[in-house]
Ligand binder design. Structure first.
Ligand SMILES: C[S@@+](CC[C@H](N)C(=O)[O-])C[C@H]1O[C@@H](n2cnc3c(N)ncnc32)[C@H](O)[C@@H]1O
Length: 209
């Protein structure tokens, strides 16, 4: 199954990249920090998918020191680094593939940064349905990630992936804005907004249950 394969590939890739990860992603901190300002003021319970070393949580714990956060990631090395952060004793850490894990159903917010641009539309729809189920009524899904402008750009990325995936370990397959909105609606979400938060194609999607 594609998601299992992608999950394993991601695990190997991020385990290998751990030493340089935080420095490489320093250029994306604006987006990761900004996600915090889209959280509901009264947020108490958050699920973070693909938390990595926890860069997006730095700002969140500054603003909401008592918030209850559960995180999922497939890479044990990324999670080891997360465990070294000063807020690590305040999070519930789950190692595994988010396509196969049960999320529960009582979150105010499900968040994700830079983690969901490797999955095809059909698989992402399955994930978005799980995220929808994980939220309380009125809860919000915030995804800051690479999302391209057009379906053509999406197709080109998939074509490139199909040509080179066997020799390159990490090729992005971002969906278009139009497809993101379509599958969020199909999963049940409403009041969907897409914000350009930083570099071109790096966007924050906000969608409510
Ligand atoms: C680019 S990093 C983002 C980390 C962090 N959210 C950030 O913004 O710095 C993507 C993370 O998603 C995780 N990941 C990718 N696919 C996954 C899957 N199927 N299940 C769980 N974690 C996954 C990777 O292990 C990696 O730590």
């Amino acid at each position: 199954m594609d998601v299992q394969y992608e999950g394993e590939k991601n695990r190997e890739f991020f385990n290998r990249k751990i030493e340089e990860y935080d420095a490489t992603h320093a250029t994306f901190m604006k987006t990761k920090n900004e996600l915090c300002s889209y959280l509901p003021q009264d947020v108490t319970k958050i699920l973070d998918l693909g938390v990595g070393t926890g860069l997006e949580l730095i700002e969140i714990f500054k603003k909401y020191p008592d918030v209850d956060v559960t995180v999922i990631d497939i890479s044990e090395k990324m999670l080891e680094k997360l465990k070294q952060r000063d807020f690590s004793d305040r999070i519930h850490i789950i190692q595994g593939n988010f396509f196969y894990l049960d999320f529960g159903d009582d979150y105010d917010a499900v968040i994700s940064t830079s983690a969901l641009h490797h999955f095809l539309l059909k698989d992402k729809l399955v994930l978005y349905k799980k995220i929808y189920q994980a939220l309380k009524i009125g809860g919000v899904f915030l995804n800051a990630d690479k999302i391209v402008n057009t379906d053509l750009e999406e197709e080109e990325a998939i074509e490139y992936y199909n040509l080179y995936a066997h020799e390159k370990p990490h090729i992005d397959r971002p969906l278009s804005i139009h497809h993101e909105e379509e599958i969020l609606k199909e999963a049940g979400f409403q009041n969907i907004n897409v914000f350009l938060v930083d570099k071109e194609n790096y966007r924050l999607i906000r969608a409510y249950k």
